[in-house]
Design a protein around this ligand. Structure first.
Ligand code: ZN
Length: 267
């Protein structure tokens, strides 16, 4: 897979994640490490000599460019489109009837349903899985995932892969964050320090009472087990995310780690 990205940012960091992105002649290319050929005449892969005029050196090990995250605001709940290279993940599907809005979100970041290889559900609640049938029908090649303890509770048109700690989806780590529901999961991208928290946390405007600088705790009204949910908040704080996207409320786009740490201390 070779993918031309719109950004000119150069990523040459040794994180061993299997993808290299190099800026050559002002164009950023990303290529999965290993067996792929370079886009002809335009980019280098690990071990290759950079073309004359290249402003980077070959990295010691392949790295992966941070993903593009697009919020799809669906009234009171958000779904997310995450794009890395030419492949996309849809995280949550909103309430019923949300597929057209998700389709617009995909188009806004330059991909379509056929690029969606993965649909990940953070948890079983209807405002997060309500359009799963429509999304799965359109993203007909996508693998569907949910936290193991929520799989049985979700009405799905094809099997849901149970996921949890230790799993990755398109380079993002799945993090078990039980409490809001037993099988709630979040996803964390270490490259960009980006967390998609589902309902394990809440943003500004979500209506939760305990909120620190735009990062709020689990909503007691809708959370099955608050003690477990608070333990999950501490687990997320240890990841030190810079950016957090929530199921409800405004994203926290920078400085999230400090706010989340303070929140965890207050809960
Ligand atoms: Zn929920």
């Amino acid at each position: 897979m070779g993918a031309r990205l719109t950004s000119r940012r150069v990523f040459v960091r040794d994180l061993g994640l299997g993808v290299v992105a190099l800026t050559v002649g002002g164009t950023l290319w990303a290529a999965c490490g290993g067996d792929e050929a370079s886009p002809s005449g335009s980019a280098s892969v690990p071990g290759a000599t950079p073309p004359p005029g290249s402003d980077v050196s070959p990295p010691a090990a392949p790295v992966r460019a941070e993903p593009t995250v697009r919020q799809v605001l669906l009234d009171f709940v958000s779904a997310y489109v995450v794009v890395r290279g030419t492949e996309a993940v849809v995280v949550d599907t909103g309430v019923g009837g949300s597929a057209p809005a998700i389709e617009r979100g995909l188009a806004e970041v330059g991909v379509g349903w056929s690029d969606v290889g993965h649909v990940l559900l953070t948890h079983r609640h209807p405002d997060h899985v309500g359009s799963l049938g429509d999304v799965a029908a359109r993203a007909s090649d996508a693998v569907l995932y949910a936290g193991a303890a929520d799989v049985e509770a979700i009405d799905t048109p094809r099997p849901l892969e149970p996921v949890g700690d230790g799993d990755t989806v398109l380079g993002m780590k799945v993090v078990d964050t039980p409490g809001h529901t037993p099988g709630h999961v979040s996803v964390f991208d270490p490259e960009g320090a980006v967390l998609i928290a589902g309902d394990s946390l809440n943003g500004e405007g979500s209506g939760v009472e305990t909120i620190v600088d735009g990062v709020g705790g689990p909503n007691p009204r809708f959370t099955a087990d608050m003690a477990t949910a608070i333990a999950s908040v501490r687990k997320l704080a240890a990841l030190a995310p810079d950016t957090i996207y929530f199921g409800h409320g405004e994203p926290k786009l920078a400085g999230a780690a400090v706010a989340l740490e303070a929140l965890a201390a207050r809960l």
